[in-house]
Design a protein around this ligand. Structure first.
Ligand SMILES: Nc1ncnc2c1ncn2[C@@H]1O[C@H](COP(=O)(O)OP(=O)(O)OP(=O)(O)O)[C@@H](O)[C@H]1O
Ligand SMILES: [Mg+2]
Length: 261
């Protein structure tokens, strides 16, 4: 079992999209996959068209388990075969509890230990903000993937992320992959950003692998609007969309291969 997570201090760079697609891919390989939303926006549900599940019940959030009001099995929400999600309700409040009550941290870590008996992979989707919850879950991640937007603000987000690891004594070597997102080979700005990022990775995270950049593809937003992941069968698509989705799938498969999945 491995805990893999996506993190970046900059919002809207593609963390949730990336971890959602990876989870679905692994589930389709027959692995049992759990994605925990450490982001109480729970946007991971949107990747699978399961927004309705976010507010469906009032006792199946992670916080209820920590408070002793729900069982482990109650939290799991199945969105695809072999693929389960866990949602959070109020991570600020949970982080307060984790800061002031040591027993809560033990309970949280125990929860991951128990789930790891059952799941082949536990993936964690982080929000761009940081909190005690973020710190603890980054600590228990075996591999952290930093998703970086290929523009000036995105590069700033990478730098902030490294600074955050240093300030909080988090292990920089737990950062296994840097995933640039939003590449357009016919545009100068993202290419220049990639060059700068390549230098920064060498300097600040020399043990992390800089992956081939993901391209900026409008199909990502199109399928997301329909509640489809990149690995769903999508009937009634125009040929244009179907071709673009195929290209997206191939790009992701190549990326996963380079990550050893
Ligand atoms: N390769 C891509 N090409 C085009 N659009 C993309 C790509 N990757 C992600 N997006 C879009 O960018 C938006 C933000 O993506 P996502 O929600 O995954 O980012 P995030 O980093 O998780 O955001 P947040 O910080 O709010 O959690 C979404 O609308 C998503 O569809
Ligand atoms: Mg997100």
């Amino acid at each position: 079992m491995a805990i893999v997570s996506t993190f970046c201090k900059k919002g809207g760079v593609g963390k949730t999209t990336f971890i959602g697609y990876l989870g679905h891919f692994l589930a389709k390989q027959g692995k049992k996959v759990l994605i925990v939303s450490a982001d109480d926006q729970n946007s991971i549900f949107k990747i699978f068209g399961a927004d309705d599940k976010i507010f469906e019940s009032d006792d199946n959030y992670l916080e209820f388990y920590i408070a002793g009001k729900a069982e482990l099995g109650d939290l799991l929400i199945e969105v695809r075969e072999n693929l389960y999600l866990i949602k959070t309700l109020n991570t600020d409040k949970l982080s307060m509890k984790l800061t002031f009550e040591r027993a809560q941290e033990k309970k949280l870590k125990g929860m991951f230990a128990e789930y790891s008996e059952f799941f082949d992979y536990i993936l964690i989707d982080f929000p761009p903000s940081s909190s005690r919850l973020t710190e603890i879950l980054l600590e228990i991640s075996d591999g952290v993937c930093i998703v970086v937007g290929l523009d000036t603000l995105g590069l700033g987000g990478f730098w902030n992320t490294i600074q955050y690891f240093i300030d909080n004594n988090l292990d920089i070597d737990s950062i296994k992959y840097i995933i640039p997102n939003g590449m357009a080979y016919n545009k100068r700005a993202p290419r220049v950003s990639l060059e700068t990022l390549t230098q920064q990775v060498k300097e600040f995270t020399p043990n992390a692998k800089l992956l081939t950049p993901l391209q900026d593809r409008s199909i990502v937003k199109n399928i997301q609007a329909n509640g489809w992941s990149a690995f769903d069968e999508t009937p009634n698509m125009t040929k244009w969309d179907a071709d673009n989705k195929k290209a997206l799938e191939q790009e992701l498969l190549d990326l996963y291969k380079s990550m050893g999945f």
